[in-house]
Write a protein that binds this ligand. Structure first.
Ligand code: ZN
Length: 238
């Protein structure tokens, strides 16, 4: 059995539920690898080998040791879950879909840990928001983008089926962390000749909801605006 564990929903983020509602310590009970964001939609979270990294709104990477720090949304799994070794080339984010298409995984949650050297990498990070929280689309307008060339590092991310759009952002959601731990974030685009690593096909999707969080309980999901909103806020660019 392999389990992908998710805290809260994309629809909650879209409903301005951005306050941290799970601690890193809680998350680490469910995985040593993963992605997310911090309290107030503060930057980007990357968990690799059980270590947590935070890319702030200015693009600087910090090693996080305070496991009481909270997240409003995150996805994690254990790197030791059974996985398949994969090797492929991807000139951009869109080509990562070949991993899914080649194996008929369209209706399955999958995760990757992929090493490579990247001729080009483009990431984004949002500065922390304060209450009353703005909408994701307003935040998307103020987020900053950062580019790097000839950088080696690891892609960590998840593929979610279209069926779960709104609970998650359907398709790939991938973060990057450079080998020297100085660059990373939410991936918008990249260029790599060769990517190599592990693909985990999850047979178990565990969704944890912040039921004690007042803002989570009070938010209303706009089903009509959901699909466009998720694509605008979380989509990749190439
Ligand atoms: Zn992200």
């Amino acid at each position: 059995m392999s389990t992908v564990y998710q805290h809260s929903t994309l629809a909650a983020l879209m409903g301005k539920v951005l306050g941290g509602s799970a601690t890193l310590a809680e998350l680490k009970e469910h995985g040593d690898t993963g992605i997310g964001t911090f309290d107030g939609l503060d930057g980007e979270m990357i968990m690799a080998n059980g270590e947590v990294y935070y890319m702030d709104g200015e693009g600087t990477i910090h090693h996080v040791t305070d496991m009481a720090k909270t997240v409003p949304f995150a996805t994690v799994h254990h790197a030791s879950d059974s996985s398949e070794k994969v090797k492929f080339s991807a000139g951009n984010m869109k080509e990562m879909v070949s991993l899914i298409d080649d194996r008929e995984l369209e209706n399955t949650f999958s995760g990757v840990i992929l090493q490579g050297s990247f001729a080009y990498m483009k990431v984004r990070s949002a500065p922390k928001s304060e209450r009353p929280y703005p909408s994701l689309s307003e935040i998307t307008k103020t987020q900053r983008e950062f580019e790097e060339t000839n950088i080696s590092g690891t892609l960590i991310g998840y593929y979610s089926p279209e069926l779960y759009q709104g609970t998650v952002a359907a398709g790939w959601h991938v973060h990057f962390l450079s080998d020297d731990r100085t660059f990373g974030g939410h991936v918008l685009g990249f260029d790599a000749d060769k990517l190599e690593g592990d693909l985990t096909i999850f047979d178990n999707y565990e969704l944890h909801l912040p039921i004690d969080n007042k803002e989570f309980r009070e938010h209303h999901v706009d089903m009509d605006g959901l699909k466009e909103g998720v694509a605008a806020a979380e989509g990749s660019q190439d």
